[in-house]
Design a protein around this ligand. Structure first.
Ligand SMILES: Cc1ncc(COP(=O)(O)O)c(C=O)c1O
Length: 333
């Protein structure tokens, strides 16, 4: 099973379908991402400068000055565990698996915790990592709940890490404006809502001392120049952002309805994906892949996550493929 979505080149060989002919629904990346203009030659040629337009645009967009640009939120996910001595770390499960891997890699004791188990675990942990809204379950945490946990952790020098990679469609629920409170770390990504995953730009919001330590750990030019240039403009485009906040939830509801019609009951989702628990998830993934449609499968619970089709042809193709898969399931030996 593939760890991440989007790895089409390997699948092209396995299924004999050219990479360009796949419908890739395996990620939660907006298929109608921010329209990138051509990048000026000087932006490619020059070293990135820390006082370009990126930080001011991000400060305005996130409602906080307490931020550090990183090369995708993944860079912060991988590096934060290096900034603490071995700790007891509770991580929301199921959830984006990179968090647990990164903390384990740095020698921390990781406790995967179900949503319902988090509240009771706060006082015996040093670090809690949640994804809000969660990927893939779509579960959401109330800001007040998280701020309460932050307070309980901070009195013991603990951290609350809130991965808000999928928060952009619902900014009122973000903890970004609270960044600067002790022990609070918020991660943001330009990869999902803005559809700029390839640019590798994200942010860590947190206390000045932690930003300085992470910045030092990552070293100079942590974010590439073209990525900074593109991200600065996307963050400073409120008209596009407002349009997307209307459009994406509508498209996601359409996806939920389509999946429901084909027997895939929805267990959760966000504006950018839908998640369905199904005992036959493996069969669906394989049968869709034979039809050139890539979806993400999770083993526990057996489930599928589908991102948004990007145009009407893609919607039709998914609809027809799911009808075919359904018929195939009924007639399989
Ligand atoms: C919940 C979550 N957080 C963080 C990331 C990393 O995204 P990026 O490094 O592109 O910001 C992902 C990517 O799939 C994700 O799903």
């Amino acid at each position: 099973m593939l760890e991440h979505g989007g790895a089409l080149n390997a699948l092209a060989v396995r299924y004999g379908i050219a990479a360009k002919d796949w419908l890739d629904l395996s990620t939660g990346i907006n298929p109608q991402g921010w329209p990138v203009p051509s990048v000026p030659a000087a932006v490619w040629r020059r070293l990135p400068e820390p006082d370009d337009n990126l930080e001011p645009a991000a400060q305005e967009y996130y409602g906080s000055e307490q931020l550090l640009a990183v090369s995708g939120s993944q860079a912060a996910i991988q590096s934060l565990p290096a900034l603490r001595v071995p700790a007891r770390v509770g991580i929301l499960s199921p959830g984006y698996a990179e968090h647990a891997q990164a903390w384990r890699r740095h020698g921390h004791a990781v406790e995967p915790l179900a949503l319902e188990a988090l509240e009771a675990a706060v006082d015996h942990l040093d670090v809690i990592v949640v994804i809000n809204p969660n990927n893939p379950t779509g579960a959401r945490f109330a800001p007040d709940t998280l701020l309460g946990w932050r307070e309980r952790l901070a009195v013991r020098g603990g951290w609350l890490v809130v991965d808000e990679a999928f928060m952009d469609a619902t900014p009122a629920h973000s903890l970004a404006p609270h960044a600067g409170l002790s022990g609070l770390i918020v991660l943001r990504s330009l990869g999902k809502f803005f559809g700029l995953a390839g640019a590798r730009v994200g942010f860590m919001l947190g206390e000045a001392e932690l930003r300085a330590r992470l910045g030092e750990y990552l070293g100079p030019w942590a974010v590439n120049g073209p990525g900074r240039w593109v991200a600065a403009q996307a963050l400073a485009d409120p008209a596009w952002q407002t349009g997307m906040r209307t459009r994406l939830p509508r498209e996601s509801a359409r996806l939920a309805a389509l999946l429901g019609r084909h027997g895939l009951k929805i267990a959760g989702g966000t504006a950018l994906f839908q998640w369905s628990i199904h005992p036959d998830a493996g069969f669906f993934q394989e049968a869709l892949a034979r039809r050139g449609i890539l979806v993400r499968r999770f083993a526990a619970p057996p489930s599928l996550r589908l991102g948004l089709p990007g145009d009407e042809a893609a919607w039709r193709r998914l609809d027809l493929a799911l009808a075919g898969v359904r018929a195939e399931r009924l007639t399989r030996p």
